[in-house]
Write a protein that binds this ligand. Structure first.
Ligand code: HEC
Length: 149
């Protein structure tokens, strides 16, 4: 019984109208803000291809890499239960970190974001390092939140 009897239809129409009406633009905007997760967005668009959609090291590009991307949900577990925030920040940035021991293809995000900054803010004054730091900090925060406990 999928279609309601004709006599109920006006009632249903009224009800759905009420639902639409109650979702005022303010409510919609607020919900969008609450569900917007900058760190997650950066992760999904930049990292999931290698590290996997949930960070478990099973991204689609894994097969093409000489070194397997690590499981990013176990960074705390592999560090006595403490999330190694500073080290992870520096690893992602990559500009200061001596990565000689890392033989893989992990990109240098500090440099990558700097070049994107140049494209995004061609004619607006904005500090390039703030652009880079905001994004890396959001990624570190996101990774902290997806750790297995
Ligand atoms: C092209 C594939 C690739 C992409 C894209 C990539 N990574 Fe990696 N990542 C790797 C590989 C491979 C390693 C292992 C280290 C190495 O050999 O370079 C690694 C290592 C890491 C580590 C070190 C983990 C540890 O155990 O210390 C972190 C943190 C990390 N990646 C975060 C990220 C973040 C955040 C992004 C997105 C901004 C990202 N990666 C994008 C391939 C990638």
């Amino acid at each position: 019984m999928n279609t309601p009897a004709p006599m109920f239809r006006p009632v249903l129409t009224l009800l759905s109208g009420a639902v639409l009406w109650s979702a005022s633009p303010a409510t919609v905007a607020q919900t969008a803000l609450e569900t917007f997760d900058f760190g997650r967005r950066e992760y999904v668009s930049n990292c999931s291809g290698c590290h996997g959609p949930a960070g478990r090291g099973d991204g689609a590009f894994k097969a093409f890499l000489s070194v397997s991307p690590p499981d990013l949900t176990r960074l705390s577990q592999r560090n006595q239960g403490q999330f190694p925030q500073q080290r992870i920040y520096r690893t992602i940035d990559g500009r200061q970190e001596v990565r000689a021991h890392l033989g893989g293809d992990m990109p240098i995000w500090g440099a990558d974001y700097l070049s994107r900054y140049a494209a995004d803010y061609a004619d607006v004054p904005y500090d390039p390092e703030s652009y880079v730091r905001t994004r890396i900090a959001a990624l570190v925060d996101y990774l902290n939140r997806i750790q297995v406990r």
